[in-house]
Design a protein around this ligand. Structure first.
Ligand code: ADP
Ligand code: MG
Length: 229
């Protein structure tokens, strides 16, 4: 479903060229659960952003579900993102003035779904992440773990096939991290494809496949069939 060939991303900064990604070839199939590891600055976020259609490569080909998305313009990319991809960030990225349920309804606005149904879908997603009793709170009235669960509900509300998470537990304590990983585990069990950037060995141990990124390349690709606990 995800197929990258010769993907390159270069940045030019003050005359110096940085190759954030360098000829990356990568296939990720449906319902895989992949951990992305590697040192800071190795290219993990750049790779996630390209997989998630938040960014385009400077060279190479990206096929998502058989469609070439490597050279789409911004509005086509936005529509692919909205349909196919859910994103979870380390710092949650919730809208501070919107309530929990309004935050989760947000991605559905662009799908032409009526407000009553949007609300129903958002509540269902929030119940699923265990926050059915926090619908009308504001993000700053929640703990970090609860905020991340709201972000996960928002990522999943439109039933995208692919969930991408960039260091989703980087701001959370150990116990909350375990809860979030449990949630990812159940999303995977219900058929989603997950790619998670993480530094935690425990998290990588949940996954079926670990990719290590080093200096813009996939340095290691280890599969452990049935590796999920
Ligand atoms: P990671 O997520 O593994 O820490 P990144 O993908 O964020 O790494 O960054 C990879 C490399 O690309 C780094 O050297 C970083 O400085 C560079 N980089 C990332 N984004 C930009 C940008 N917008 N402009 C210039 N350089 C960038
Ligand atoms: Mg990063």
């Amino acid at each position: 479903m995800i197929s990258l060939r010769g993907i390159e991303k270069r940045y030019e900064m003050g005359g110096e060229i940085v190759k954030a990604l360098d000829s990356v070839d990568l296939d990720i199939g449906q319902n895989e659960y992949v951990a992305l590891t590697g040192a800071s600055g190795s290219g993990k976020t750049t790779l996630m952003n390209i997989i998630g259609c938040l960014d385009t490569p400077t060279a190479g080909n990206y096929q998502l579900n058989g469609r070439d998305v490597s050279s789409l313009d911004e509005s086509s990319l936005a529509s692919v993102r909205n349909q196919d991809i859910g994103f979870v960030f380390q710092s949650f990225h919730l809208l501070p003035r919107l309530t929990v349920v309004q935050n989760v309804m947000q991605p559905l606005v662009y799908r032409g779904i009526r407000v009553a149904q949007r609300k129903e879908m958002a509540i269902e997603a929030l119940v699923r992440v265990g926050l059915g009793n926090r619908l009308n709170h504001l993000p700053n009235q929640l703990s970090g773990g609860q905020r991340q669960r709201v972000a996960i509900a928002r990522a999943m509300v439109g039933s995208p096939a692919i969930l991408l998470a960039d260091e989703p537990t980087g701001n959370l304590d150990l116990r909350t991290t375990a809860e979030i990983m449990e949630l990812f585990h159940s999303l995977h069990a219900s058929g989603n494809t997950l790619v998670v950037v993480t530094h935690e060995p425990d998290i990588a141990a949940h996954c079926h496949r670990t990719l290590r990124v080093s200096e813009g390349k996939i340095a290691e690709d280890i599969s452990r069939p049935g590796g999920s606990k």
